[in-house]
Design a protein around this ligand. Structure first.
Ligand code: CO
Length: 303
């Protein structure tokens, strides 16, 4: 990795830190998710970054992959996971936090455990370590908590951390949050670690589409408006995911129609929401790490 690339990862991380602080300031119970998303989108640009993917605003048993569209009436209640992606010239910071919106703060223990797991894993991350040791550290941290607190939380095994690369959110390496046998090494690279905790069984299924799209296949559309949108998507987002509210901001016409046509034609893919099977609430905390010059930088940890 060049020093210049590392500096861009660090810059993206700094912006992501600011965004987390901003989110904690602005998010209030019963606020519309679309208003949260538009405020954060604008703040990322204001700070000199670009969204690396649409802001995930996932509520309660939805663990990930929901982003609001203009006109959505959904409001923030229960537990909200905010998963933020910031890119600086394609170099990505990927970070997430959870906010307990209940009056009696009933998710505080789950969130505390979740932060503890991430903190314990952070302590062991170092250059050259085997990927399995991240999962082992997470498992020890989590089992210890359940034992000492006589609690019954589950870690979600179906959701994992991942390597990052230029304009690439999942660069091939999977970093599990449970005991595993992955002997691949964490070399000079960028990656995200993201444990998810739940009071349920911890199994995940794919639910309804969640408003996050990505270009999937070559293809053309006949409709004039749809063609303009497709060209814009190719030029602007390329391999990175996008969402309809960003197209709204550009003033395109017939966005819903065009996206659904392109989706049916297999040109774009819409990610399903990832749901906890027993419909139990889920929390998430995530940070991005960059190994450079033998040292580990936790780029998104709020200083
Ligand atoms: Co991630």
């Amino acid at each position: 990795m060049e020093k210049e690339e590392f500096d861009k990862y660090v810059k993206a991380g700094k912006i992501a830190q600011e965004i987390k602080k901003f989110a904690l300031e602005i998010v209030k119970p019963e606020m519309k998710l679309i208003n949260i998303a538009e405020a954060i989108d604008a703040k990322i640009f204001e700070l000199g970054g670009k969204p690396a993917f649409p802001l995930n605003l996932s509520l309660n048993e939805c663990a990930a992959h929901f982003t609001p569209a203009r006109g959505d009436e959904i409001i923030a209640t229960g537990i909200l996971k905010i998963d933020i992606g910031v890119a600086v010239d394609g170099f990505i910071a990927d970070t997430a936090l959870s906010i307990d919106l209940t009056e009696d703060k009933r998710f505080s223990e789950m969130m505390e455990l979740n932060e503890q797991i991430l903190a314990d894993v952070t302590k062991v991350v170092k250059h050259g370590m085997e990927v399995k040791d991240v999962g082992n550290a997470a498992a020890i941290s989590f089992e210890q908590w359940n034992k000492t607190h006589d609690s019954n939380f589950s870690i979600i095994k179906g959701l994992c951390g991942h390597s990052l690369a230029e304009y690439n959110i999942h660069a091939g390496l999977t970093i599990s949050n449970y005991e595993n046998g992955n002997t691949k090494k964490l070399d000079e690279m960028a990656f995200a670690i993201e444990p998810f905790v739940t009071t349920g069984d911890g199994d995940i299924y794919e639910g309804q589409p969640g408003g996050i799209y990505v270009l999937q296949n070559e293809g053309n559309v006949r409709d004039r408006d749809a063609r303009k949108i497709l060209e814009y998507i190719k030029e602007t987002y390329s391999t990175l995911p996008f969402c309809s509210r960003w197209l709204d901001k550009e003033g395109f016409k017939k966005i819903r129609f065009s996206l659904s046509m392109m989706e049916k034609a297999g040109i774009i893919y819409q990610y399903p929401m990832l749901m906890e099977k027993s419909r139990a609430p889920v929390s998430q905390f995530e940070n991005t790490f960059v190994i450079f010059d033998g040292k580990v930088a936790n780029t998104t940890k709020v200083e």
